[in-house]
Design a protein around this ligand. Sequence first.
Ligand SMILES: [Zn+2]
Length: 267
Amino acid sequence: MKSTAVSKLTVPADRKGPRWWGVPPQRAGILAFGAHPDDVEIHAGGTLAKYARMGRAVVVVDATEGELATNGSPVERRRECARASRLLGLAARANLGFPDGGLGQDEDLVPRIVDLLRQLRPRVVLASTTSTRHPDHAALGNAVREALFFMALPRYRTAHAAAPRPEAFYQYLEVSEVAPTLLVDVSATYSLKCRAIASYTSQFAGGHGRKRTFINSGFLELLQDRNRRFGLLAGVRHAEPFLADHPPLVDILAAKTPSSHSSKGKS
Ligand SMILES: [Zn+2]
């Protein structure tokens, strides 16, 4: 049987550490991972802003600088990312500096995520879905799931000691047909989410000699329709969809479902 014991530090000491924006809190309420700066804004920005407004320490970790994007440069994107992070009310944000493309082949990705999870001991973890056409998004979702397992094993060595696993892990769903298992009401923070996304002018603004891409020609309208459609299902203005690895345990008298809305007043 293969042993999970690792005799030396799993992350080589010569690999650069994360580049931080803001000061990482001692403990994160929510820790959200994205493959590229702007991924979390697009798919979970309303949720992150909602909990940041409630005073929770919300931290984002981007794996790459998105240098393969058709438009914009990493320098532009860093500036845009800082503006978006301020709008969302993030406590801190890290960029791991992995090369864009080929995240799935980088053997340092899982141990680096394990170390961050141990450092920040989040209550809830969000990451990109593993059911997506973008290989880096799927690779990151898988790496986070793996890291959530290894973070609690004392013999899996990184700079920080083993720590208990978070209470929940949710994948944020992209524009796909995967059915969510939970919806978050983001009506109150939806305009903040839109402003945070709009901060990435190099990606979403179009014009100014930029090349036409999927995300700068109609994508934001599609996203808005999607958040509106899930909102409609939940009886609120806007909702963001997530997928839980395990069915969430709920109080059936407190949980609101589409059928409870449709039968309002008939109980
Ligand atoms: Zn992306």
